[in-house]
Design a protein around this ligand. Structure first.
Ligand code: NAD
Length: 304
């Protein structure tokens, strides 16, 4: 089974559009997202354009705020304070990566967690750990939603996560190991979370044999072809988060996008698999929209 992130994200965008239309019908203003960009990174510009397009589709107002690459850390911090205090903006993100002279951790820590719709601030991560109302980071939220919509339970399953980044590996491990406290379309609360999670990384020994014990493998390593068919238990679910550009003279752009999974050989072994593109990527964007609506409504996930 192919876990179609593009189609699922489209369905969720339809639901969001209806919710926002209902808000507007009550005479209230539209939710608003601001996207802060520093410098010119072609990949980031594509991601930001996609986010703005997705916002427009559901009725979220989006504003891109661009600074040149020489902006100082202090000036950027001042701009972030302005966004924290601007009541017309419900949520904002700082598009990563930032130029070398700006410390990512300092910038992220300055964002008011109630407006942190990427869910990357230490406050939101810490609050998620403790089951306090929080905004969940976009890619893990999208993965959980995709599993739920395809009725793939995580409770009691062995989930192997490859990669320990702050934006994917660590938060997705946290989310899926948690005691469940929320229902999603397609899945009752009792089937979400409650997984036994193993987190692997570049220093893990014998990755292949660990992967073979997994019911669900989530690969977020940034390494094309890392997960091969011999590493996958027949019937396992494979979630490919990787986005890698590989040279392709046959394509107009000179490259094509591939994930971290040897898709051609893994797909016949796996019970369910996400394609790249069209898997986790669109789910990440739609999660950002869901988070923005949550920030607008001041309704954050919490354990009951
Ligand atoms: P990262 O690039 O910061 O770190 C990679 C992680 O993978 C590290 O923890 C490292 O230890 C681990 N790793 C690398 N090679 C490994 C190997 N051979 N064996 C085991 N572990 C290994 O991680 P990231 O920022 O989460 O990005 C990972 C990939 O996911 C990238 O391709 C990125 O572009 C992509 N990504 C996609 C989305 C999306 O929406 N689809 C979102 C975020 C990141």
């Amino acid at each position: 089974m192919i876990l179609d992130g593009k189609k699922t994200a489209q369905e969720i965008r339809g639901e969001l559009r209806e919710q926002i239309q209902a808000i507007r019908a009550e005479g209230k203003r539209a939710p608003k997202l601001a996207i802060v960009m520093v410098g010119h990174n072609p990949a980031s510009e594509t991601y930001v354009a996609n986010k703005i397009k997705a916002c427009a589709e559901v009725g979220i107002e989006a504003e891109k705020i661009a600074y040149d690459e020489y902006i100082t850390e202090q000036t950027l911090l001042t701009e972030i304070q302005k966004l924290n205090n601007d009541s017309s903006i419900d949520g904002f993100i700082v598009q990563l990566p930032l130029p070398e002279h700006i410390r990512e951790s300092v910038i992220l820590s300055a964002i008011d967690y109630r407006k942190d719709v990427d869910g990357l601030t230490p406050m939101n991560v810490g609050r998620t750990v403790q089951g306090l109302p929080a905004i969940i980071s976009a890619t893990p939220r999208g993965i959980r939603e995709l599993l739920a919509r395809y009725s793939i339970p995580t409770a009691g399953k062995h989930v192997v996560v490859i990669g320990r980044s702050n934006i994917v590996g660590k938060p997705v491990a946290l989310l899926l190991m948690q005691r469940p406290y929320l229902s999603l379309p397609g899945m009752s609360a009792s089937s979400l979370g409650d997984a036994t999670v193993t987190v692997c990384h570049s220093k893990t020994r014998d990755l292949a044999s660990i992967c073979r014990t997994a019911d669900i493998i989530i690969v977020a390593a940034g390494s094309p072809g890392l997960l091969t068919a011999d590493m996958v238990k027949p019937g396992a679910t494979v979630i490919d988060v990787g986005i890698n550009r590989v040279a392709d003279p046959a394509s107009a752009k000179g490259y094509r996008l591939v994930g971290d999974v040897d898709y051609e050989h893994v797909a016949p072994v796996a019970g369910a698999i996400t394609p790249v593109p069209g898997g986790v990527g669109p789910m990440t964007i739609v999660s950002l929209l869901q988070n923005t609506l949550q920030a607008y409504n001041h309704s954050f996930e919490q354990k009951h």
